[in-house]
Design a protein around this ligand. Structure first.
Ligand SMILES: [Cu+2]
Length: 329
């Protein structure tokens, strides 16, 4: 039984090493910094208490153990006022310190209502991908959230189906995304870079493949990204592209929009207007390239079993669709 458990644990540790897992102990924002600091201080306090208490325990067990049958008992002590006061007062002080520090951290992490927002974003959880709306900029995208470095970003969280949870360990704590409710949180980062995110509330078969990225851009890169997202989708040039375009705005339009400003859409699939401005697709699961896109359109259910795009496309149509989609930069 224990052997099996050990093997399982070993496997879990081994497998978890295969994926680069983001951790809040490598903070890239003032919010995560607060969290990481609190964690480290609690850890150090707990370690000191652990070593002292266990050390005393081991010392006494060894020193006062029964050595021989005829040995007389060690001195039997009843009540020691000074000791008892000491080991009552010290934990009380520790708990008070931890309480104050926790309240300070909670305040620093919670959306500060007095803080001026530089950018408003609406995050919509879908099974099993993330929609990112920029209502003030009139753009919609999916799975890759761009924010400018140093900006205070107010995030409104909504869900169209079940409860999800928005979590970017290096930037912020988790906040639940609950249908019928508008939860809020905020993001900020002074470090340009890409930070992995993950849905942190079990939401069905593909919960594990509901990932995303937060991309912190320099202001210049962010402005360029916005300008590109605001452009309408590519217009078909060749005959093949035209045929593909007819499909994408026809059969696929039941679930996908090709209008990058299509906010508040009720479509179940991601906006495709600037598909190839993203580096991953299907909930940050696969690299976005022609080969993977081809496999996706050939058999979505083999790639991400249970996802809501359950359709069959003829090979010829597929080629035409791909010739068009490749231009959606
Ligand atoms: Cu989810």
């Amino acid at each position: 039984m224990f052997r099996k458990f050990g093997v399982l644990m070993g496997l879990a540790i081994l497998l978890s090493a295969c994926q680069p897992s983001p951790t809040f102990l490598e903070p890239a924002s003032s919010i995560s910094n607060h969290e990481a600091n609190l964690y480290r201080i609690i850890l150090i306090m707990a370690l000191v208490v652990f070593v002292l208490v266990e050390g005393a325990l081991i010392l006494i067990l060894v020193r006062d153990r029964k050595r021989a049958n005829n040995e007389k008992l060690p001195a039997q002590i009843h009540s020691n006022m000074r000791l008892e006061v000491t080991w009552t007062v010290i934990p009380i002080l520790l708990v008070i310190v931890l309480f104050i520090m926790t309240v300070q951290t909670v305040n620093a992490v919670a959306a500060p209502s007095h803080l001026k927002s530089d950018l408003n974003i609406r995050v919509v959880g879908h099974r099993w991908w993330w929609e990112f709306d920029y209502p003030d900029l009139g753009i919609v995208t999916a799975n890759e959230l761009h924010i400018p470095k140093g900006a205070t970003v107010q995030v409104q969280l909504e869900s169209v189906d079940v409860i999800h949870s928005f979590w970017v360990p290096q930037l912020s704590g988790k906040t639940d995304v609950v249908p019928g409710q508008h939860n809020t949180m905020w993001l900020t980062s002074d470090q340009v870079g890409e930070y992995l995110g993950q849905c942190a509330e079990f939401c069905g078969t593909e919960h594990a493949l509901m990932r995303f990225k937060v991309i912190v851009d320099s202001q210049q890169d962010f402005d360029a990204w916005v300008a590109n997202q605001q452009k309408p989708a590519y217009q078909p040039q060749t005959e093949d592209e035209q045929a593909g375009y007819m499909e994408v705005t026809g059969a696929c339009a039941a679930c996908h929009s090709l209008d990058p400003s299509d906010l508040n859409t009720k479509k179940v699939g991601p906006n495709l207007a600037h598909l190839f401005s993203r580096s991953t697709f299907a909930g940050g699961t696969f690299d976005l390239n022609e080969e993977n896109l081809r496999s996706w359109l050939a058999d979505t259910q083999a790639m991400k079993p249970g996802n809501d795009m359950d359709i069959k496309i003829l090979p010829k149509t597929r080629d035409q669709i791909i010739s068009y989609l490749l231009n959606l930069k």
